[in-house]
Design a binder for this molecule. Structure first.
Ligand code: 3PY
Ligand code: MG
Length: 255
């Protein structure tokens, strides 16, 4: 069980990934050719069922990308299935309160941090290794499987210092699109309100030794965010890159 994002953060090197919404193993393998560090398998804004999510996790691992799964809501099922499938971490959208996040930790981390249900699953190769130790597996899973609530609601921003301090929370993923809407400056990502909010979230992460992550629409925005001190950026999504590439190809053919 390795985690490229944590390793790069420890070395002070930014990590990069992208969202996948295409429901395609080939698309995930294409992303790995870049080579990015991670891919976010998005089950929030794409109707991807459990089977497809688990296959996408396996495709990403096979291609050498850390698979992060963006779940839809905080429930035991939503949390356990991607983790048991072998996800390197969970991105959790639209959280509002510290209480919700404590429940998330309870579902996602093994005791003593939480009470994640234990069974040898794909996440530990079904315990098949002759040296397999359940205790070491659970300890390693707690350490290396990233639990990353998104800060994209006004309520989460108001409680970000408390949320970032929760034991078991490994980082915060800033959702600039929803956060800008929540703060009354819809999609004005360069507004002073957003700059102030992002600064506050980054400080909460720094103060608690947690990883900061964010979505950026393009490389220029991503570079700026890395300069501001963000540890990791998920840039764009395969579905939009494909659309833009075809639009650009057609423009070049017909201009
Ligand atoms: C947002 O910007 O709201 C996100 O969730 C990023 O994907
Ligand atoms: Mg969002």
């Amino acid at each position: 069980m390795e985690n490229r994002l944590s390793d790069k953060k420890a070395q002070g090197i930014p990590s990069y990934g992208t969202f996948t919404q295409l429901k395609s193993a080939a698309a995930i393998e294409n992303i790995a050719c870049a080579p990015f560090d991670f891919v976010v398998i998005d089950t929030e804004h794409q109707a991807i069922g459990t089977d497809l999510m688990a296959s996408a996790v396996a495709s990403a691992q096979g291609a050498g990308l850390a698979p992060l799964v963006r779940i839809c809501e905080i429930s035991r099922r939503e949390v356990l299935h991607p983790l048991d499938a072998g996800a390197a971490g969970l991105i959790v959208p639209a959280v509002k309160t510290a209480e919700e996040v404590r429940q998330l930790v309870a579902y996602a981390k093994f005791a003593p941090l939480g009470n994640r249900g234990y069974q040898p699953t794909r996440d530990c190769r079904w315990g098949s290794s002759s040296s397999f130790s359940p205790v070491s597996y659970m300890e390693e899973a707690n350490r290396k499987t990233l639990l990353i609530p998104q800060c994209e609601t006004r309520e989460c921003l108001e409680h970000i210092e408390e949320i970032a301090s929760i034991d078991g929370v490994d980082g915060i993923f800033i959702g600039p699109l929803d956060l800008s809407i929540a703060l009354g400056c819809p999609l004005q990502l360069d507004s002073p309100v957003m700059a102030h909010a992002i600064e506050r979230i980054l400080k909460a992460c720094r103060d608690n030794g947690k990883m900061s992550m964010i979505f950026a629409g393009d490389a220029a925005a991503a570079r700026k965010l890395i300069e501001q001190g963000v540890d990791s950026v998920a840039v764009g999504a395969d579905i939009f890159l494909l659309i833009h590439a075809y639009q650009e190809l057609y423009r070049q053919l017909t201009d």
